[in-house]
Design a protein around this ligand. Structure first.
Ligand code: GN1
Ligand code: MG
Length: 358
């Protein structure tokens, strides 16, 4: 990954808070797309922590639309949080800052820089291991969808078009295999065939939507466990983060991502696929938590497809990892050469376990 100097971070930060004293910064690793830094600064005599983030302009070509979306979403959640008697409106949604000249961020050469307040006493965790954690996170995403169901017009920008178009993702995988840009196909032919054989399972949710069985809604579109901050003391969900792909989509896609990230307590890059087994207690907790909120708007046709949602999103995401591996690792950040392949294999194992168990 490209080095980002502290001098640059200082300059970007100063665009938002020119009178604050920049104390220190630290990179927050984990995201596959954007670059994120914690910045400690003294503001009006008090030490405060912020999150300074460079939005990947290569991935988010319409980054202006991303920013417009996230400002609108946060403002809506903020106004709702007072209505619904939130425990803490300073922590239950992201507070973005404007630049000193009133902009939504700073347009850099590779990224669009934005700043928001750090939420103290809470953390994004990599893995849920207990049903209580799974339930709390699923409830947070169900609630997120519910609170956004009455977002006033206009429709949010589709920040990445056809993002959860599973059919297109599979077609892209086939294109990457045909192109075989870096000569990796022969080594992964078995993986490719396994994915393509499961395509009918992956498409069930999309086909039901295309038949008109349920409507488009506002979805988070990256509803994984690490995208909800959990209170360090109480283990309760505090705030849903990573709003870049929050846009029109299917409710089921969020439930699918919840299943992908929490129905098994191994990470998405677990190399030992024999450890990837769906836990029924985790799945039941996810349904329980999500439905405690989504029961207010979900249609019977959507409910009936809850297990399929996990299969669809897990196969879709896995097909993206495999396609990226075939393309030469151009999209997702990787930590080692075979990382995308390991991810693709683990997702395949997870989808198979879902098919066997649910
Ligand atoms: C990417 O960057 P991150 O970790 O928030 C990806 C998601 C995948 C996820 C897999 C914009 O999310 O779609 O589900 O990796 N985001 C984008 O962990 O492609
Ligand atoms: Mg994301």
């Amino acid at each position: 990954m490209e080095e980002i100097s502290e001098t640059l971070l200082r300059r970007r930060f100063a665009a938002f808070l020119p009178n604050a004293e920049f104390l220190r910064s630290e990179e927050c690793r984990g995201g596959h797309i954007n670059r994120t830094f914690f910045v400690d600064a003294r503001v009006y005599g008090r030490e405060r922590r912020f999150v300074l983030q460079s939005v990947n302009k290569n991935v988010f070509k319409n980054y202006a639309g991303v920013m417009e979306n996230v400002f609108r979403i946060s403002a809506h959640l903020g106004s709702k949080s007072l209505d619904v008697g939130s425990d803490d409106p300073t922590r239950d949604h992201i507070h973005f800052l404007r630049t000193a000249d009133g902009g939504m961020g700073v347009d850099g050469s590779i990224g669009f820089w934005r700043l928001y307040r750090y939420i103290g006493g809470a953390e994004g965790r990599l893995r849920a291991t207990t049903p209580d954690e799974a339930r709390a996170a699923a409830e947070a995403f169900g609630r997120f969808q519910w609170l956004l169901a009455d977002l006033p017009a206009p429709r949010l920008w589709e920040t990445i078009s056809s993002f959860h178009d599973t059919r297109r993702r599979f077609a892209n995988l086939e294109k990457s295999a045909d192109a075989d840009a870096v000569g990796r196909l022969s080594a992964v032919r078995g993986d490719l065939e396994a994915y393509l054989a499961l395509r009918p399972e992956a498409l069930k949710v999309q086909e039901a939507f295309e038949r008109g069985e349920f409507p488009e809604r506002i979805a988070h579109n990256d509803a994984k466990y690490s995208n909800v901050l959990m209170d360090s003391a109480t283990n309760r969900a505090v705030c849903v983060i990573d709003l870049d792909t929050c846009m029109p989509g299917l409710s089921l896609h969020d439930f699918g991502d919840l299943m992908r990230s929490m129905s098994c307590d191994r990470p998405e890059d677990e190399p030992d696929t024999s450890k990837i087994v769906v836990r029924r207690d985790m799945y039941d907790a996810l349904v329980d938590g999500f439905m405690s909120q989504a029961d207010n708007f979900l249609l019977p046709a959507e409910r009936a497809l809850l297990p399929n949602a996990g299969i669809a999103i897990t196969l879709e995401t896995g097909s993206r990892f495999l396609a990226d591996y075939l393309d030469g690792d151009r999209y997702f950040h990787i930590d080692y050469p075979e990382h995308n392949l390991v991810r693709a294999r683990s997702q395949l194992a997870l989808a198979r376990s879902m098919l066997d168990t649910l």
